[in-house]
Design a protein around this ligand. Structure first.
Ligand code: ATP
Length: 353
């Protein structure tokens, strides 16, 4: 079978309001998904993720803005002509049909013969490791197996866009990570341009080439997963990606240091003159002997130590400022102890407004 033609998907300033006077569910969303790329559309419940996916699929028309595939506008193109296949949170299989008939259904609707749709359905079931299950009925399968069948049903039409709406969120943790790996494998094998909706940041980080973080209907940051940890754009983005430290300061200018209540810090990144909030992940904070090589350091008191199995989380107090540090579990600092703390220049990051 010929591989799908990977498509470039582009959303341009897409907005949607569900009703007159309602708060817009999407506010000027713009993003480009490159051919063969897997983008996670990440955000809390109600932020507009499903709305965005439905607009791409053609199930909703935007109030304004454009959706383009390979530079051509999709506005007015009906869902079945968009080359897009969607997988939902719930499997939505026809209960009275066999697994194979479920997977081949879309092809039959497009006029494929029984023999062709069966052959292609079996091939698609093989790709999701469900060969040999074609004769079963959906209710004879586990939740995870049903979701594999849903994925096969999406793949069988050789879509140029694969749209996945929280496909793993109804499964338990073990199954979820196994299926996550399968999704990535199948996606890479087929080279499908994919949008994967999720509210789970870990899932987004593990799966995605790039993450689009959406809150309140607007795009807050669009970048590779690592950038969300190392170079978050704003405080909101930094907080969405787990525990972190914030330090208020004032920059002397692009090359100058930043003055804070903890001391004067150099950064590896230029910061324009004026007020600035710095962030540093607890994992990047250096303590005790780790902090000996000078610069960017100060003394603090350990006010709390929590053993977490793979690490120890320390709370440090220096004057009125409290910081978190996460260290390997073999480090033993006692509560009440005073320690040198170093904030490495390359791990201190200035947040935008
Ligand atoms: P979830 O993860 O809970 O599915 P989501 O990020 O996918 O959330 P959407 O389902 O896109 O969010 O909803 C975005 C906003 O639009 C929410 O405030 C929601 O209440 C509202 N909304 C969604 N569908 C409709 C609808 N059919 N009519 C009116 N408002 C809607």
């Amino acid at each position: 079978m010929s591989p799908p033609a990977s498509a470039r998907l582009e959303l341009r300033d897409v907005s949607l309001r569900y009703g007159r006077g309602a708060e817009p569910a999407l506010k000027g969303l713009s993003l480009t998904v490159e051919p063969g790329e897997l983008v996670a559309l990440l955000g809390p419940s109600g932020c507009g993720k499903t709305t965005a996916l439905k607009i791409v699929a053609g199930l909703l028309a935007p109030t304004s803005g454009e959706v383009l595939v390979d530079g051509r506008s999709l506005l007015g193109v009906p869902p079945e002509k968009r080359g897009a296949a969607m997988v939902f949170q719930k499997p939505l299989l026809f209960p009275h049909m066999s697994v194979e008939a479920n997977v081949g259904f879309g092809l039959r609707m497009r006029g494929a013969s029984q023999a062709e749709s069966s052959a292609r359905a079996r091939e698609a079931l093989g790709r999701v490791r469900m060969e040999g299950h074609g004769d079963r009925r959906p209710d004879e399968l586990s939740g995870g197996q049903q979701q594999r069948v849903s994925l096969a049903r999406a793949l069988v039409t050789e879509p140029s866009l694969l749209l996945l709406d929280e496909p793993l969120s109804a499964l338990d943790a073990n199954l979820r990570s196994a299926l996550r790996d399968l999704v990535r494998e199948v996606q890479e094998e087929g080279g499908y341009t994919t949008v994967f909706v999720t509210h789970d940041q870990e899932e987004a980080v593990v799966l995605a080439d790039r993450i689009a973080l959406v809150t309140g209907g607007a795009l807050r940051m669009y970048d590779r997963p690592q950038a969300f940890y190392d170079r978050p754009r704003t405080r909101e983005v930094a907080e969405f990606f787990g525990a972190t430290n914030f330090i208020e300061g004032r920059s002397a200018g692009p090359d100058g240091p930043v003055e804070t209540a903890l001391g004067t810090f150099g950064l590896a990144t230029p910061v324009p003159a004026g007020k600035v909030t710095l962030t540093i992940r607890p994992e990047a904070v250096r303590l005790g002997t780790q902090s000996e090589d000078g610069g960017n350091s100060f003394v603090a008191r350990v006010s709390e130590a929590t053993y977490l199995g793979t690490q120890i989380s320390y709370r440090l107090q220096a004057g009125d400022t409290s910081l978190r540090a996460a260290l390997p579990p073999h480090t033993r600092l006692a509560v009440g102890e005073r320690t040198t703390v170093r904030l490495p220049a390359e791990s201190l990051w200035p947040l935008g407004p």
